[in-house]
Design a protein around this ligand. Structure first.
Ligand code: AMP
Ligand code: MG
Length: 274
C-alpha cells in the first residue's frame, strides 16, 4: 500500500487517534535501521522529483497546490517544511505561519486572513497552522461560543471547495505525535539555547489539555476530510518516517497533477542565436 492509502482519512469515515500509534512506520519493510536508511534515501529522490514538477507547475502557471500542516507543539511542522519542502525553489513557494490573530484579523471573519495567503497559480503554498486552529485552540479554550465554532466545519469545507474549483489542489496533514514524544522534544527545546525561544509557557497549558485537543482534532479531521481536500494522519514520532511519508504523498499529488510548461511558441521554430 502507498503512503497515501495508508494514511488518508476516507471521507465519511471517523478517525480515532488513540488507535493510530504515532511511532509506527507502515509502508517500509525490514528491520528498523534499514527502514530508516531506505526512507532517508527515498526522501532525497522524492525531493529531486518534486523540484522538477514544481518547476513545471510554475511554468504552467494555471494551478496550485496547498499543503496544510497541523499538529501539537513539537509535532514537526517546522521540520517538515525544512526537510521536505525547504529544498524547493522559494520563488514558486508561499509559506504562511498562522499565529494568534491580531486585532485587525479578529475584526474580520476567521477565513479572511487565511484566504489572503492562499497560493496563486503556479505556486505551492504551505500553511504552518491554518484555519483549523479556529476549530482547535479556539474550541478547546472556548474563545468563541459553541454555536459559532460548530458552524465552522461547513464554512471550512465550502472555502476549500471554492479553492479547489479555482484550480488549487489541497493536501492536509495532521502530524500525530505521542504525549511522551512531545515531552522529550519540549525538554530538548528547553535545554538548547538555539531552540529555547520556541518554548512558550502556554505550550504547557496546551499540553495539559491533550485529550481535549485530540478530541477536537478527531472532529476536524472527520468532518473535513473530503474528496477534494483529504486529511492524512501521519505517525510523527519518528522524524524520518514523517518526512518520508509526507514526501511520498506530496510527490504522488504532483505526479497526478502532471503539470506541463507551455509549448514552445511557433515563432521560436528555427530561431538562430548569433
Ligand atoms: P507557534 O506555531 O508555536 O508559533 O504558535 C502559534 C500559536 O498561535 C499557537 O499557540 C496557536 O494555537 C495560536 N493560534 C494560531 N491560530 C489561532 C487562532 N485562530 N486563534 C487563537 N490562537 C491561534
Ligand atoms: Mg509553539
Amino acid at each position: 500500500m502507498s503512503a497515501y492509502e495508508l494514511h488518508v482519512v476516507t471521507p465519511g469515515d471517523g478517525v480515532r487517534l488513540n488507535v493510530i500509534d504515532p511511532s509506527r512506520t507502515p509502508g517500509l519493510s525490514g528491520p528498523n535501521d534499514l527502514e530508516k536508511a531506505a526512507a532517508i534515501r527515498e526522501l532525497a529522490q522524492n525531493v529531486e522529483r518534486m523540484k522538477l514538477l514544481q518547476r513545471r507547475l510554475y511554468a504552467e502557471s494555471k494551478r496550485s497546490l496547498l499543503i496544510v500542516l497541523q499538529g501539537m507543539d513539537c509535532g514537526g511542522k517546522d521540520g517538515t517544511i525544512r526537510h521536505v519542502l525547504g529544498p524547493l525553489n522559494p520563488q514558486g513557494m508561499r509559506v504562511a505561519s498562522f499565529k494568534k490573530p491580531t486585532y485587525e484579523e479578529l475584526s474580520h471573519d476567521f477565513l479572511w486572513r487565511i484566504h489572503k495567503q492562499a497560493p496563486a497559480r503556479g505556486e505551492i503554498g504551505v500553511f504552518n497552522r491554518s484555519h483549523y486552529e479556529d476549530v482547535l485552540v479556539v474550541r478547546v479554550l472556548g474563545l468563541v461560543s459553541e454555536t459559532q465554532w460548530r458552524t465552522r466545519y461547513d464554512r471550512i469545507n465550502e472555502f476549500e471547495r471554492n479553492l479547489t474549483e479555482s484550480g488549487t489542489r489541497i493536501l492536509k496533514f495532521m502530524l500525530h505525535i505521542s504525549r511522551d514524544e512531545q515531552k522529550e522534544r519540549l525538554e530538548a527545546r528547553l535545554a538548547d539555547p538555539d531552540k529555547a525561544w520556541k518554548f512558550n509557557m502556554s505550550d504547557l497549558d496546551t499540553r495539559s489539555r491533550w485529550d481535549e485537543y485530540m478530541h477536537a482534532y478527531e472532529d476536524a479531521v472527520t468532518k473535513c476530510s473530503t474528496e477534494h481536500a483529504p486529511w492524512h494522519v501521519i505517525p510523527a514520532d519518528k522524524k524520518w518516517y514523517r518526512n518520508w511519508a509526507i514526501s511520498q504523498i506530496v510527490l504522488r499529488e504532483l505526479e497526478q497533477m502532471d503539470p506541463s510548461p507551455p509549448p514552445k511558441a511557433k515563432e521560436l521554430e528555427g530561431v538562430v542565436i548569433e
